[in-house]
Design a protein around this ligand. Structure first.
Ligand code: ADP
Ligand code: MG
Length: 227
């Protein structure tokens, strides 16, 4: 471990989302629930189907810990998912006292899952990476990188440079994705990186992109700050 690692802190999903709000980065509806009863109440408020996700300072990649349950259609499924998340985290070595609870979230579906990442490179300064989210990004490593500041032309080049770009433009009867709204989101992330020097790294994955004119929405966020 480098000595500088001690000066960084990974914000959890809730803390990361607080920062996104300040920069008008669109995100799905969510709420925090410290226990099962409240998780059920929040699910009723948000409306089914919902997603439950573990909140713990010991857990960064939630699905690696069995900590994400999607498509929960009713109270029973929420109650079961809550129990499963708690059990699974403990099986992965996280003590119950280190689990704060869960977030209850609006379930979102769209044309594709994308990602926006950013970090500060020692040579290039702030950079932004975009690509396809989820498993595709791991399998194909389909990402484009840009050095800030980014012009609209730069962003368009980053997008068209993705191998999967056609998946966003109506390929084989798919819906045309709302590319202009994704470009706006990249610009907001750029503003955030240029104005918040304390942000070392940022990972919005996935960003769910809807069909044309319906926008795009961040459903997971992880921000690393200097402290
Ligand atoms: P992590 O990256 O920490 O494992 P995520 O919050 O990204 O956890 O959830 C894992 C996957 O679950 C996402 O890549 C996405 O496919 C799906 N997912 C997460 N939240 C939602 C949501 N609100 N609506 C629909 N799908 C979701
Ligand atoms: Mg994620």
């Amino acid at each position: 471990m480098k000595s500088t690692d001690f000066q960084r802190r990974v914000l959890n999903e809730i803390e990361s989302r607080e920062l996104l709000k300040q920069y008008e980065i669109t995100q799905n509806q969510f709420d925090f629930a410290p226990n099962k009863k409240i998780a059920i109440d929040k699910s009723n408020q948000i409306g089914f189907p919902v997603v439950l996700k573990v909140v713990s300072e010991k857990i960064v990649h939630k699905s690696n810990y069995g900590g994400v349950k999607v498509g929960l259609k009713n109270i029973e499924e929420v109650a079961n998912a809550f129990d499963q998340i708690m059990a699974s985290a403990q099986q992965h070595g996280v003590a119950l006292k280190d689990i704060d609870g869960v977030t209850v979230q609006e379930m979102v579906s769209g044309v594709e899952e994308l990602l926006i990442g950013a970090k500060r490179d020692p040579v290039f300064g702030p950079i932004i990476v975009i690509g396809f989210g989820g498993v595709l990004v791991e399998l194909m490593n389909d990402v484009s990188l840009g050095i800030l500041p980014l012009s609209k032309f730069d962003i368009e080049q980053m997008l068209t440079g993705l191998k999967g770009y056609q998946l966003l433009t109506g390929y084989r009867g798919r819906d045309m994705a709302d590319i202009p709204s994704f470009i706006k989101l990249i610009k907001r992330v750029e503003v955030m990186m240029l104005s918040e020097n304390s942000i070392f790294e940022l990972d919005l994955n996935p960003v769910i992109i809807h069909k044309n004119n319906e926008g795009c929405i961040v459903v997971d966020a992880r921000i690393v700050i200097h402290v």
